[in-house]
Design a protein around this ligand. Structure first.
Ligand SMILES: Cc1cc2nc3c(=O)[nH]c(=O)nc-3n(C[C@H](O)[C@H](O)[C@H](O)COP(=O)(O)OP(=O)(O)OC[C@H]3O[C@@H](n4cnc5c(N)ncnc54)[C@H](O)[C@@H]3O)c2cc1C
Length: 492
């Protein structure tokens, strides 16, 4: 019988790899330590409320469609993706509001309403970011690289001039837009990969392009349905999904990965091992002799983490759309606190998702389920989150009340929270970082460990901690890239 490929971790990267390998006739066992697969895309249910605990917005839906297609299936038979209108409702402390519509005429009307001069600037910005997307998609996203040498090709050098990597997201956004509101709104896209708009290269303005040109999507029934669908597909293809199966060690013999040891002592032999767990954690805890690589990774800035509140509230806050952002008055101060001082921001920007707007069953009748997310510093152990969280939670709720959700505190019927330390513990995510290493410098991509683990044959990384990076579509593309490498290294 064929030795299986063993996947350590059932996040989206692990699931995508499992599906792709199984679709090519490989035997696959996936071991997930938690009670459910999905990783950071997960679910919290209590007192009649349902909350997605991680991603709330999906971009590049064609990546998911492709994944089903390689398995000879139609995505629509497993999942229903919907565009949410508006994609996001923005609130500012001075009372200004902006609806980011997916329909272009409405979006333009909104831009015209708050800053008529910026309408042509918006089109110039979209043309500019479209060119970046065009240059980046091939070499970085669709064909992630194993190292610097692979990337320096004549085509890439030519393309490098077009990707706007030498100034920050903020500098580029300022050069296009006059309105402080639009500047803050477009800067926010840098946070989609856990970075600061004041540090990360302007290349990441392509995130705005991707969302505005291709749309922002929601999975009917809740984002967790994506994990459910991928688990179903994997099972149909013969993948053995084991939950509550923590891996404690990758077995390496004579430079070759040949199995894993589970927490219950069981040994699983393998033809290859794919680590979907965080690479820094894996180098420290799972791969023997990799402490030096762990030390190297620990020298780079992690992406930031988050404080999450799960609030079940009675009544309706009619001003809330499905996705909402309550901006701070001073965005740069916020990133200074989180990135440089490693402190929670005093005046944080607050994201609120009310999935009950699209899925009424996510809250009891007459109630709302509010998923509240605030960017927070990566957990380097200096903050005693358990001590800090009660006051910080109150502060967040007070800010939301001040910005229009009056009576919020009184209407809370269910409350739960996660701190950066909870995220670290739950997923073995180093520093509780949501997106692996930060992308706060043009060279950050080169700091990420390659898909093929160096020095150990048959050992691979997949997911947000490796290439091309974090976020649902990139993590799924990582599964595609690692599968290609495994198949090339070990033809059937
Ligand atoms: C609050 C939050 C909001 C987000 N918002 C968005 C968004 O709106 N849009 C978007 O695209 N992305 C978003 N993301 C990011 C997105 O969720 C991640 O980039 C993606 O889900 C990461 O997938 P992954 O496969 O790389 O890893 P993970 O999801 O981290 O999966 C790794 C898995 O490995 C398991 N594991 C770890 N160690 C072991 C072990 N020893 N043995 C067995 N299993 C192990 C973990 O339990 C976990 O299930 C968000 C994330 C969070 C937390």
């Amino acid at each position: 019988m064929q030795l299986p490929v063993i996947i350590v971790g059932g996040g989206l990267g692990g699931l995508a790899t499992a599906v792709r390998l199984a679709a090519q006739g490989r035997r696959v066992i996936l071991c997930e330590q938690n009670e459910r697969v999905g990783g950071k895309l997960n679910l919290h249910q209590a007192d009649g409320y349902t909350f997605d605990t991680g991603p709330s917005l999906l971009t590049m839906p064609w990546v998911i469609r492709d994944l089903f297609a390689v398995a000879g299936r139609r995505m629509e038979d497993y999942l229903c993706l919907e565009q949410v209108e508006p994609t996001c409702r923005y609130f500012w402390p001075d009372g200004t509001r902006f609806d980011a519509w997916q329909r272009l005429p409405q979006l333009i009307q909104e831009i015209e309403r708050i800053s008529p001069a910026d309408v042509p600037n918006f089109f110039r910005f979209m043309a500019h970011t479209a060119r970046i997307y065009d240059a980046v998609a091939g070499p970085f996203l669709l064909r992630p690289f194993d190292g610097l040498r692979e990337l320096i090709t004549p085509t890439m050098v030519r393309h490098a001039l077009r990707i706007d990597a030498l100034r920050s997201v903020d500098a580029a956004v300022r050069s296009f837009f006059r309105s402080p509101y639009l500047r803050q709104l477009f800067n926010r896209y840098a946070t989609y990969n856990g970075s600061s708009p004041y540090l990360s290269p302007a290349t990441f303005n392509l995130i705005a392009y991707i969302e505005l040109a291709e749309g922002g999507w929601y999975v009917r029934g809740g984002m967790y349905q994506l994990a459910v669908a991928l688990a179903r597909l994997a099972t149909e293809l013969g993948v053995e999904l084991r939950v509550r199966a923590p891996v404690t060690e990758v077995i390496v013999e004579r430079g070759l990965a040949c199995g894993v040891r589970l927490a219950d002592g069981c040994l699983l032999p393998a033809a290859a091992v794919v680590i979907n767990a965080d690479p820094l954690y894996a180098c420290e805890r799972l791969i023997p002799g990799f402490q030096r690589e762990a030390n190297r990774l620990a020298r780079f800035d992690p992406s930031y983490s988050g404080v999450v509140l799960f609030l079940g509230v009675e009544g309706d806050f009619p001003q809330l759309a499905h996705h909402n952002i309550f901006f701070s008055a001073d965005y740069s101060a916020e990133f200074r606190a989180i990135v440089h001082e490693r402190q929670p921001a005093l005046e944080p920007t607050i994201y609120v998702a009310a999935t009950c707007r699209s899925d009424p069953a996510h809250a009891p009748p007459g109630h709302m389920n509010l998923f509240v997310l605030v960017n927070a510093p990566a957990d380097d152990g200096r903050i005693d989150w358990e001590a800090v969280i009660p006051a910080y939670r109150d502060h967040i709720i007070a800010r939301l009340e001040m910005m229009g959700l009056s009576g919020l505190r009184q209407s809370i019927r269910y409350s739960h929270h996660w701190t950066p330390r909870d995220l670290a513990r739950r997923y073995n995510a180093a520093f509780g970082a949501i997106y692996g290493l930060s992308s706060n410098s043009p060279l950050s991509a080169f700091a990420r460990p390659p898909l093929r683990v160096r020095r150990v044959r048959g050992l691979y990384f997949v997911g947000g901690g490796t290439h091309p990076g974090g976020g649902i579509p990139l993590v799924l593309l990582s599964g595609q890239a690692v599968t290609a490498r495994i198949v090339a290294d070990q033809p059937l």
